[in-house]
Design a protein around this ligand. Structure first.
Ligand code: ASP
Length: 372
């Protein structure tokens, strides 16, 4: 223990990431296991602006200063951070590439990765990274908090420490317990590409409505072994850095007009549409609507049907209203989350695949995102 405290000499080294978003690596603790924290921003690291009283991102040093308990973990922890840290509402695919490349560059040197991220777009980042980090065999645990880490009732401290412990966890064969991108929030660990932000208020802010939790956090961390993702074969990590942004959501509502839909489906350059339908994948059966969908599909646009309900999925055969969509060539998204569907389209089109190839992979579970 004493040795650990001695080793907590906080020697710092500075390096510059090729694209310039990350600036600093701070060596926090010398011991095993070895974890890299990637701090992107979000409430967890925010402080109150003394003038405006609104929350704004702050430097990572502030975060570590506020969690002295980290020093008690017998881990070697390093961190890198976005410069400047961002509110996750500003997250975009370039940032995902930055995170993915940082993991790739440091992959061989660390046992696990903890990504600190705002909650607002956390489920999108988790889904995107799950596709971009092909053949991932090490834990990438994303967490954040509802209250800034410096506040008395913060959930950030517990989330950060638990995320570090999960990133360090090994199974009885010494293999990483988690071999995928996951979200740790309050009482649960969820598969990243199955998660959705459910609350802007409660500490248990995330849930994967169509997939069981990967771990439940109580007195101990109880892993749900049957739910954990395992690759069939062990291949080297490969990072896909192209994410095609020519995709969109169309969220149906009673009263949506032909003019609006005509405009949206004819957006120049659009390649993929995630159509957010009612219930088990149902939509209006008006001829103009079905004709517009069919025309988009004929032009080579991939249209994926995802339910507006957070629980359950698309079953196009169940009602005539869903049947009409599949007859028009709209693909079922089954039980995929909206976040997984849109990022999967970005990823598949980003690889330069044709519409037919994209359709083929949409109905494959690439990293546990869909139940076929
Ligand atoms: N707006 C913040 C963000 O997403 C909210 C949070 O961190 O919880 O960065």
């Amino acid at each position: 223990m004493q040795e650990n405290l001695l080793n907590f000499a906080m020697d710092s080294l500075t390096y510059y990431h090729t694209l310039g978003l990350f600036t600093k690596i701070t060596k926090i603790l010398m011991a095993q296991p070895k974890i890299l924290i990637i701090y992107t921003g979000g409430t967890i690291g925010m402080i109150e602006n003394p003038v405006t009283k609104s929350l704004q991102p702050f430097d990572f040093t502030h975060l570590i200063d506020n969690v002295p308990k980290i020093k008690k973990l017998n881990y070697e922890i390093h961190n890198i951070q976005f410069h400047p840290p961002i509110d996750s509402s500003n997250m975009n695919p370039d940032h995902w590439v930055e995170i993915a490349q940082s993991i790739e560059e440091n992959y061989a040197n660390y046992d696990g990765f903890v990504v600190l991220h705002g909650t607002d777009t956390m489920a999108y980042t988790a889904s995107a990274l799950s596709f971009m980090l092909e053949n991932l065999h090490k834990p990438v645990i994303i967490t954040g908090s509802q209250l800034p880490i410096g506040e008395v009732r913060t959930d950030g401290e517990e989330n950060l420490i638990t995320a570090l412990q999960i990133a360090a966890a090994r199974d009885k064969d010494g293999e990483p317990m988690i071999q995928e991108v996951a979200i740790l929030f309050e009482d649960y660990l969820w598969r990243g590409n199955r998660s959705t932000k459910m609350s802007a208020d409660y500490f248990n802010a995330f849930k994967s409505n169509n997939f069981p939790f990967l771990a439940r956090i109580g007195l101990g961390i109880h892993f749900h072994k049957e739910a954990l993702w395992r690759q069939k074969a062990h291949r080297p990590l490969k990072v896909q850095t192209e994410m095609d942004r020519n995709v969109m959501f169309i969220h149906l509502f009673p009263g949506i007009t032909e003019q609006t839909l005509q405009y949206l489906t004819n957006t120049p350059g659009i390649k993929g549409i995630v159509l957010k339908t009612y219930g088990a994948g149902n939509a209006l059966t008006d001829k103009w609507f079905v004709d517009l969908m069919r025309a988009a599909v004929k032009r080579g646009v991939v249209v994926v049907n995802v339910s507006q309900c957070v629980n359950g999925g698309v079953n196009s055969e169940r009602y005539m209203t869903g049947n009409a969509l599949s007859a028009a060539g709209v693909m079922s998204g089954y039980d995929m989350t909206s976040e997984a569907a849109i990022t999967k389209l970005m990823y598949l089109f980003g690889m330069g695949l044709s519409a037919d190839e994209v359709k083929k992979y949409l109905h494959c579970s690439l990293c546990g995102e869909i139940t076929i």
